[in-house]
Design a protein around this ligand. Structure first.
Ligand code: PEP
Length: 264
């Protein structure tokens, strides 16, 4: 299997950083640089995921600098179409501004009690509205130490990505993010991440089809930096990165550059 058949994606999860003004300033700085890198490569995609309140500000910057392979993503949505859900974002609202949405990030699972079942409802709602869900899975440190990684991750994939419509499978992206590696500076090794990602692909193949699994972009996330990204990208199973801390700096441009260098 070669990665050349799959899209390479570098997504920046800004988490709860950069309100509208700061987000616009930062996007104005990096979008032309990202655009120049992606211009000649159809197989690469950069996604910026600011906080919900900053989505319109970043959308404006992207509209003023239209590069087809720089996209906007939300960090969350709700699965209901509309109604009395104070503070939530309907999928159709997200789809007005974004192409992509992060779903089931470990911080949402941990602090906002999102279950695999809720993740599944959100994924289905995102797909229904033509959004590309980046579905996060990963084990915590205790589970890692107990050797339960495969079991946990397989179960998250089986439950979170169940019952997907056949015609939407090509829109799905998974990010393997071991929780112990997120924001800790303690990244997984390329071998560890590659092995789990291979298992995720096998699980997705059993759940859906071999063909869909072979086409599925699977990203690694967890303390990715300009120093370690090229190693991760050497692995044929790892199709890109979901990046937190390093996506808040111009380092993000360097992460994309190294991904293009490794994958294309
Ligand atoms: C993340 O938030 O998804 C993430 C991987 O964060 P960091 O890169 O900071 O570890």
């Amino acid at each position: 299997m070669t990665t050349h058949t799959r899209q390479a994606i570098v997504a920046g999860n800004w988490k709860m950083n950069f309100g509208p003004r700061q987000a616009a300033t930062f996007a104005t700085e990096i979008v032309p640089l990202l655009g120049a890198l992606t211009e000649h490569y159809t197989q690469v995609l950069a996604v910026l995921c600011p906080p919900a309140i900053s989505l319109p500000a970043v959308r404006q910057v992207l509209d003023a600098n239209p590069f087809p392979r720089i996209e906007l993503g939300a960090q969350n949505l709700y699965y209901q179409e509309k109604g009395a859900y104070t503070g939530e974002l309907a999928p159709s609202m997200v789809a007005e501004l974004c192409t992509t949405v992060i779903i089931g990030h470990s911080e949402r699972r941990m602090y906002f009690h999102e279950t695999d079942e809720l993740v599944n409802q959100k994924v289905l709602a995102a797909l229904k509205h033509g959004l590309r869900p980046i579905v996060c899975v990963g084990e915590n440190e205790q589970q890692y130490d107990a050797g339960q990684t495969s079991e946990i991750v397989r179960s998250q994939v089986n439950k979170g990505l169940a019952n997907l419509p056949q015609e939407s499978l090509q829109q799905v992206v998974i990010a393997y993010e071991p929780i112990w590696a997120i924001g800790t500076g303690k990244a997984a090794t390329m071998e560890q991440a590659g092995k789990v990602i291979q298992e995720i692909r096998e699980t997705f193949a059993t759940l859906h089809s071999n063909e869909a699994a072979l086409a599925l972009p699977i990203l690694y996330g967890g303390s990715v930096t300009r120093e370690n990204i090229s190693e991760f990208m050497q692995h044929p199973e790892i199709d890109g990165a979901l990046v937190g801390g390093a996506s808040l700096k111009t380092d993000f441009v360097e992460l994309l550059r190294q991904t293009i260098q490794a994958k294309i």
